[in-house]
Write a protein that binds this ligand. Structure first.
Ligand code: NAD
Ligand code: IPM
Ligand code: MN
Length: 326
C-alpha cells in the first residue's frame, strides 16, 4: 500500500525544495500517494485562507505531512507562522521537534529535541492600552509538567539508543520558574535511565559550545524558543542551514507527523534556483524512516552525505541525489 502524504510546498523556496524531495522519494521506489495543499502566504494573499478546519480533518487520515516553508514578507508577521505552521504543530499534537545535525567532514553528530507545543510559542499574553504611551505587551512562557515530561522522556529514549549522553539546555539561573520545572522533571526522569549520562548547560554557554566544540553533544533537550534558535545555529555550524532537516513528531502515532526543513522560505534567494534542497530531501528521508522505510531512508542519507551531490543549484543537487538512490 502506498503511503498517503499531504504536501504543502508553501512559499518562496518551499515548493522548489519539496519538488526535489519528492523526486528523490520517487527514485527510491517507495510508493507514495501525494495530496497537494495550496497553503501559505501566497494563498492567503489571493483569498484570505490560512488553514480551514476541513483541511485539518483531512490531514488526520493521512500517514504524514511534508512541508517546504511558509511565510512571506508581504503578509504581516505571525498570520501564517502562527495560523498555519504552529497551528499544525498544536492541533496535531506534534510535541517533539527532532532536529538532527550530522556533518561527516567533522565529528558533529547530535540531535536537538525541541519541545514543540508550549513555551513562549503557546500564545499566552496580549496587549493592554495598545497604542497609548502606557501600553503593555506580555508574552508568557507556558510550561506544563506533562508537556515538559513527554519531551524529556523522548530525549532520554533517544539518547539511550545513541551514545547515552543527554544535555538539558535552559536558562535556570534567570528563568527560575520555568527552569525549575524543567530541571526537576529532567532529574526525576533521569533516575529511570541509569544508562544515560546527563549534563546541563545554560543556553548562552551552549551557543559557545555549538561554535567551538559541537562534538561534545549527543542529544540535547530544550524548550521551544531555545530550540528554535539553537537549531539555526546548529545548521550554521554543520554545513549550513541548507542541510538541516527536522521531524515534528506525534510519537504515539495517533495522527500524522510532519516533516520539514529547519529553514524558512528564504525570500532573499527565492526564484533564483540556488536554494539547497538537501534539508528538504533529508526531511523526506526522516519521513520514510518514520513510515517504516528505513532502507530507503539510509540510501537517501548516504547520497546526501556524498560531497559530489552538493554541486550546482536546486535542481542539479536534487538530480544528483536522486541518481544515487536508484
Ligand atoms: P530563512 O530560513 O528563510 O532564511 C535565513 C537565511 O538562510 C537566508 O539568507 C536564506 O537565503 C538562507 N537559506 C535558507 N534556506 C536555505 C537553503 N535551503 N539553501 C540556501 N540558503 C538558505 O529565515 P527568514 O529569512 O528569517 O524567514 C523567512 C520566512 O520564512 C519568514 O516568514 C519566516 O517566518 C518563515 N519561516 C518558515 C519556516 C517554516 O515554514 N518551517 C521556518 C523558518 C522561517
Ligand atoms: C522553525 C521556524 C518556525 C518556528 C516559525 C516559522 C514559526 O522558525 O520551524 O524553526 O519558530 O518554530
Ligand atoms: Mn526556526
Amino acid at each position: 500500500m502506498a503511503h498517503r502524504i499531504g504536501v504543502i510546498g508553501g512559499d518562496g523556496i518551499g515548493p522548489d525544495v519539496i519538488a526535489e524531495g519528492l523526486k528523490v522519494i520517487a527514485a527510491t521506489g517507495v510508493a507514495v500517494d501525494t495530496v497537494d495543499y495550496d497553503l501559505g502566504g501566497a494563498r492567503y494573499l489571493r483569498d484570505g485562507v490560512v488553514l480551514p478546519d476541513e483541511t485539518i480533518d483531512e490531514w488526520r487520515h493521512l500517514d504524514a505531512l511534508y512541508l517546504g516553508a511558509v511565510g512571506t514578507p508581504d503578509v504581516p508577521p505571525g498570520v501564517i507562522e502562527r495560523g498555519l505552521l504552529l497551528k499544525m504543530r498544536f492541533v496535531l499534537d506534534l510535541y517533539v521537534n527532532h532536529r538532527p545535525f550530522l556533518y561527516p567532514p567533522s565529528d558533529i553528530d547530535f540531535v536537538v529535541v525541541r519541545e514543540n507545543t508550549e513555551g513562549t510559542y503557546a500564545g499566552e499574553g496580549g496587549f493592554l492600552r495598545r497604542g497609548t504611551p502606557h501600553e503593555i505587551a506580555t508574552q508568557g512562557s507556558v510550561n506544563t509538567r506533562k508537556g515538559v515530561e513527554r519531551a524529556v522522556r523522548y530525549a532520554f529514549d533517544l539518547a539511550g539508543g545513541r551514545r547515552g549522553h543527554l544535555t538539558l539546555v535552559h536558562k535556570t539561573n534567570v528563568l527560575t520558574f520555568a527552569g525549575d520545572l524543567w530541571e526537576r522533571t529532567f532529574d526525576e526522569v533521569a533516575a529511570e535511565y541509569p544508562g544515560v549520562d546527563t549534563d546541563y548547560n545554560h543556553v548562552d554557554a551552549a551557543c559557545i559550545h555549538f561554535v567551538q566544540a559541537p562534538e561534545r553533544y549527543d542529544v540535547i533537550v530544550t524548550d521551544n524558543l531555545f530550540g528554535d534558535i539553537l537549531t539555526d545555529l546548529g545548521g550554521a555550524v554543520s554545513g549550513g542551514i541548507g542541510l538541516a532537516s527536522s521531524a515534528n513528531l506525534n510519537p504515539a502515532r495517533t495522527g500524522p507527523s510532519m516533516f520539514e526543513p529547519v529553514h524558512g522560505s528564504a525570500p532573499d534567494i527565492a526564484g533564483q534556483g540556488v536554494a539547497n534542497p538537501t534539508a528538504a530531501i533529508l526531511s523526506g528521508a526522516m519521513m520514510l524512516d518514520f513510515l517504516g522505510e528505513a532502507e530507503a531512508a539510509v540510501r537517501i542519507q548516504a547520497a546526501c552525505a556524498d560531497p559530489a551531490t552538493q554541486v550546482g543549484g536546486t535542481e542539479a543537487i536534487g538530480d544528483a541525489i536522486a541518481a544515487r538512490v536508484r
